[in-house]
Design a protein around this ligand. Structure first.
Ligand code: NI
Ligand code: MN
Length: 227
């Protein structure tokens, strides 16, 4: 599984012979200015929730690629009204796609679509593909349901956790989350893009994880991670 950070909470994932993009927020993101949205080739678009900083480029990428959008029922319904193909899920549900097994899991946050339409409840994803398990938390607080993830899904090889604080978990709660999900390989997201979510001392954050035997990657835009 090849994972590339495209800024904020956006990741491109290549696995099972398919290309996925998660939470595309590229064209409004000054930190991702070098990425050309029109050059992105994907088969699927995964949206954790409806906020603008997760869906900004979803419609364009979907239409450029005739891609299939995967999210909760409310979000997929909204995009289907725009002529975009989609697969609706809801919390706790699993589906076997041609790239792997995907489960939509709980997040504690809020969710509204850019025009004010109700966006359902926010979520995250557990992706199982190529013998690996990836947890994409989405925007979320630390919550006790995270303890269910290794029970339900087995060993999590890599977890992408929001860490910018203010709107989501900060570094300290993300470290507790890493314990709850029993995962030692953590990638940060949802940091530095705009005010309130800057991780001021990245070295200190990495050291906090290291002290608990965990490897924290705070990725640069364009950085690749393989599992
Ligand atoms: Ni959000
Ligand atoms: Mn967000």
């Amino acid at each position: 599984m090849r994972i590339e950070f495209l800024g904020h909470s956006c990741f491109k994932v290549e696995t099972g012979g398919k290309k996925l993009i998660v939470d595309p927020f590229i064209s409004p993101n000054k930190l991702a200015a070098e990425i050309d949205v029109d050059s992105i080739e994907v088969d699927y678009i995964l949206l954790t929730h409806g906020h603008e900083d997760h869906v900004a480029d979803a419609e364009k990428i979907a239409k450029n690629n005739n891609a299939t959008l995967i999210s909760n029922f409310e979000i997929v319904s909204w995009y289907k009204n725009k002529g975009i193909e989609g697969h609706e899920m809801n919390h706790g549900g699993n589906w076997s796609f041609d790239f792997g097994d995907l489960k939509y899991v709980n997040a504690v946050h809020s969710s509204v679509l850019p025009d004010g339409t109700y966006g359902g409840n926010p979520g995250g994803f557990v992706l199982k593909s190529e013998g690996k398990t990836l947890y994409i938390a989405g925007d979320t607080a630390l919550h006790m349901d995270m303890k269910l993830l290794p029970v339900n899904s087995g060993k999590i090889d890599l977890a992408i956790l929001p860490m910018g604080d203010n709107f989501t978990m900060g570094v300290n709660d993300a470290l507790i989350a890493a314990d709850f999900i029993e995962c030692d390989e953590i990638v940060a997201c949802h940091f530095d893009t705009f005010g309130y979510i800057v991780i001021e001392d990245k070295d200190a954050a990495v050291k906090k994880f290291k002290a608990k035997g965990k490897n924290l990657t705070i990725p640069a835009v364009g950085q690749e991670i393989n599992i």
